[in-house]
Design a protein around this ligand. Structure first.
Ligand code: 5GP
Length: 263
């Protein structure tokens, strides 16, 4: 699939057009940002790992009947995805209180929530992605009630599947952020809601079950060190990286030297 013009460059990804107007190529960068771009750095190999981890997770979700934008992984850093009209909303699902929830409402860190908590943030960097209510979404036409009802249902289903998937490899899924969009379905000839985001240690909080060690982007946000080793540990436990590969020792300038296990 030939890469066309750059359509969009975000903090961690670049989107390129293809010859098919309904498909785009998503490139995973090594750039890491936090606190609305105030903290910036490169984490060598992060893009490669997120590409592979996200492919693995989205493929599994798809096998469970969740519609996603993923068509296929093309190479170490790129995926072919369906072009989607993205809702300007970040959908957050929380199982354990941490991060902005504990700060905002003074909830004790680590409180296990009775049931998953759904939150909505307006995607607007200038405003620091503020928390919004469903009423804001409906009032300003960011999505309809019918769409939010469907998305909430999908988010909870994704949470159930991911909780099980991670629990099986000794990881607690603390919370995650996902985005949705509307993509063209060529069979029904209608647009449909699809999960249109990566799911990776960049977008989830993942804690080791026994030690509560963080295996996600909080290692970068909080200067905990060994960022790539955390991501690598997730890939290793998901069995998508050979045991002997140590990402930290690999020169990612030559990404072709890393081999992932075949599915
Ligand atoms: P919090 O609101 O506690 O900062 O984040 C909740 C969850 O959503 C965390 O898993 C966090 O990684 C994810 N999240 C929230 N906003 C963003 C964002 O702008 N980018 C990314 N990659 N993840 C986000």
């Amino acid at each position: 699939m030939n890469k066309g013009n750059k359509l969009y460059e975000g903090k961690a990804k670049i989107i390129y057009e293809t010859r098919d107007k309904n498909l785009v190529i998503q490139h995973f960068k090594d750039d890491a940002t936090a606190f609305n771009n105030l903290k910036k750095s490169k984490v060598e190999g992060k893009g490669v790992l997120n590409n592979r981890i996200s492919e693995y997770i989205l493929s599994n979700l798809s096998q469970c009947g969740i519609k996603t934008h993923l068509v296929k992984r093309l190479n170490m850093r790129e995926q072919l995805i369906r072009k989607a009209e993205i809702f300007p909303i970040e959908f957050i699902v929380r199982n354990i209180a941490t991060g902005s929830l504990t700060k905002r409402l003074d909830i004790s860190e680590g409180t296990v929530l009775e049931k998953p908590l759904l939150e909505y943030c307006y995607k607007k960097d200038e405003l620091h992605d503020p928390l919004i209510s469903k009423e804001h979404i409906y009032s300003f036409g960011w999505a309809t009630e019918k769409e939010i009802k469907e998305i909430d249902k999908i988010s909870l289903r994704i949470n159930d599947i991911l909780l099980g998937m991670f629990r099986g490899i000794g990881i607690k899924l603390v919370d995650f952020k996902i985005e949705y969009g509307k993509a063209w379905n060529k069979d029904t000839e209608e647009k449909e809601i699809v999960l249109a985001d990566e799911i990776s240690p960049d977008t989830c909080r993942l804690w080791d079950v026994k030690t509560e060690k963080k295996l996600d982007k909080d290692r970068f946000r909080k200067d905990l060190g060994n960022v790539i080793q955390g991501y690598q540990e997730v890939a290793r436990r998901l069995s998508i990286m050979p045991e002997e590969t140590n990402i930290s020792e690999v020169n990612f300038g030559k990404t072709t030297s890393i081999k992932f296990k075949k599915k």
